[in-house]
Design a protein around this ligand. Structure first.
Ligand SMILES: Cc1cc2nc3c(=O)[nH]c(=O)nc-3n(C[C@H](O)[C@H](O)[C@H](O)COP(=O)(O)O)c2cc1C
Length: 194
């Protein structure tokens, strides 16, 4: 299967450090790898409504929800590109992930079986110097991948506050060059043994 990367952009501003860092990493992808970039600010999802246990909810066929659902199902690799907001993913990204819960139960959408064995990645930029404060974001993505039976490529971290700062983070730029070439083990919850 041809690899197809979906980049889900979750910043709340246009000149986004996390997007800049993700684009540096994506520059290294081979030419035959397809890329789709969806900015959640340009394609805002409505508030998530939990209809998982309502029998009459149906697969969306139009609008932003259908766009995101179809793009997600078509991707072999999903890259969550989020600034660190309050130590975790931004609200638009969190909402996108909430939609996964609905799609898991949407009739006619084999969401879990389709995403299983595919790969989740993360790219984030934070203002804090100490990277371990991003552990909640890393945990959110790792555990979500584990729940879905996906591989997890880890999170590419960069430092910066104002737009463009991350381009001065030489360590992050170096890590970006090889990020998508790294091993992607099956995601595991912390309590699971090898
Ligand atoms: C609502 C909000 C919450 C933030 N929370 C954190 C945080 O918890 N830790 C941190 O280090 N930086 C935090 N920041 C700073 C951003 O992570 C930082 O400016 C980053 O470069 C933004 O990335 P972006 O340009 O892709 O949006 C926050 C910024 C905003 C606007």
């Amino acid at each position: 299967m041809t690899r197809r990367f979906l980049f889900v952009l979750g910043s709340s501003r246009t000149e986004s450090n996390s997007e800049m860092l993700a684009r540096k990493a994506a520059d290294q992808l081979p030419a035959d790898v397809e890329q789709e970039w969806i900015n959640l600010a340009e394609h805002p999802l409505p508030d998530f409504v939990d209809l998982r246990h309502d029998s009459d909810h149906v697969r969306p066929t139009e609008g932003e929800v259908a766009l995101l659902l179809d793009a997600t199902l078509a991707a072999t690799d999903i890259v969550i590109v989020s600034p660190l907001y309050w130590y975790s993913v931004s609200a638009p990204v969190k909402r996108y992930l909430d939609y996964w819960s609905g799609w898991l139960r949407t009739p006619g959408v084999d969401f879990k079986a389709t995403l299983a064995r595919r790969t989740l990645w993360g790219v984030t930029v934070l203002a804090h110097e100490e990277e371990e404060v991003a552990d909640p974001l890393v945990g959110t993505l790792n555990h979500s991948a584990a729940y879905m039976g996906m591989h997890f490529g880890g999170v590419l971290l960069g430092n910066g506050s104002k737009p463009g700062d991350v381009l001065k983070d030489t360590g992050a730029l170096t890590r970006a060059k090889t990020f998508f070439a790294r091993e992607t083990p099956l995601a595991r919850f912390p309590y699971e043994t090898e």
